[in-house]
Design a protein around this ligand. Structure first.
Ligand SMILES: [Zn+2]
Length: 306
């Protein structure tokens, strides 16, 4: 299959080793912002990314000023974020699910592009930016509907600030938010928050457990496009490593999980996943490079002694 990927003659041996390890195994994939960069959504932790301090949960609930700032930025970011389309990496993961190779997709992304690509057996670890929750009555509503309310309350605002830089969570750099009107819950007048996990907030326990269970049942864990900077994703890599489940990490730049990886690839996710989902990836095949086999399906003594 012709793929716009690293030519097989020049790519590192680890590239083929990673393909080989994953083919024929039912695996869990953990994805992060690096997977969506090919869709034009910048990775704020990737190499060369601007330094940023995201709004914490504590700041968001601290007062109306913070929420005005958040929603003004989000309003502008959303207008462009909703135009983003799934890239070959998203599409490949959806194919891998259809092929029965991918048992569960765990994503740290809130952009909804995996769902758009057709993935269904998945867990959006940090929630989805398309959902809004009321902090008082817990009613969940559509971000799309809220966007229309934001536009009615602040006509032309998004257009005027359309050139600001968009971030992975739909936020943008924006300094002028004075006078921006923030809508409240239509049912109870409560504070509206995007239904995503903010920094300083915990991922719901049942959601985390569902992911642990999937990792336990898997024959490998593939990390694609995440620097594993936060524990919410790193813990699954630690868990897999502890259980002797092979870990493959494909990411541009270093990750916190590198010491735990059986195979580590410093490359983009789209070409790799496209190749993994190509017909050769659909069926288990005999190992061809036995010297490269990385079979850690059973815990090694070093892992079980702890
Ligand atoms: Zn409410």
């Amino acid at each position: 299959m012709e793929v716009h990927s690293v030519a097989s003659r020049t790519r590192p041996p680890a590239y083929d080793a990673a393909l080989h390890l994953l083919r024929g195994r039912r695996f869990v994939a953990l994805t992060g912002a690096g997977l969506s960069t090919d869709s034009g959504i910048p990775d704020y932790r990737g190499p060369g990314s601007p330094v940023r301090t995201p709004m914490t949960y504590q700041e968001f609930v601290s007062g109306t000023g913070a929420r005005q700032r958040y929603w003004a930025r989000s309003h502008v970011g959303w207008a462009r974020m909703r135009q983003a389309l799934p890239n070959p990496g998203h599409l490949a993961l959806a194919r891998l699910e259809q092929q029965g190779a991918l048992s569960m997709l765990v994503t740290q992304n809130v952009d909804g592009l995996h769902e758009q690509a057709g993935s269904t057996r998945m867990c959006a670890l940090h929630g989805r930016i398309v959902d809004v929750v009321c902090l008082s009555c817990r009613a969940r509503t559509s971000r799309r509907v809220l966007q229309e309310r934001l536009e009615r309350l602040n006509p032309g605002f998004a257009t005027r600030h359309g050139q600001a830089t968009v971030r992975p969570d739909g936020d943008v750099d924006l300094t002028t938010v004075a006078g921006f009107a923030v809508p409240t819950c239509s049912s109870c007048g409560g504070v509206l928050k995007p239904d995503v996990v903010f920094f300083g907030e915990n991922v719901p326990k049942d959601r985390v457990q569902r992911c642990y269970d999937a990792v336990d049942a898997a024959e490998a864990l593939l990390v694609a496009g995440s620097s594993l900077a936060v524990m919410s994703g790193l813990r699954f890599v630690r868990h897999a490593h502890k259980r002797g489940i092979p870990v493959v990490i494909v990411n541009r730049g270093q990750t916190r999980g590198d010491p735990l990886a059986d195979i580590r690839l410093d490359t983009g996710t789209s070409p790799f996943l496209t190749e993994l989902s190509s017909p050769a990836g659909a069926t288990p095949r005999e190992p061809q490079e036995t010297s490269r086999r990385t079979d850690r399906a059973r815990p090694s003594p070093a892992n079980t002694s702890a």
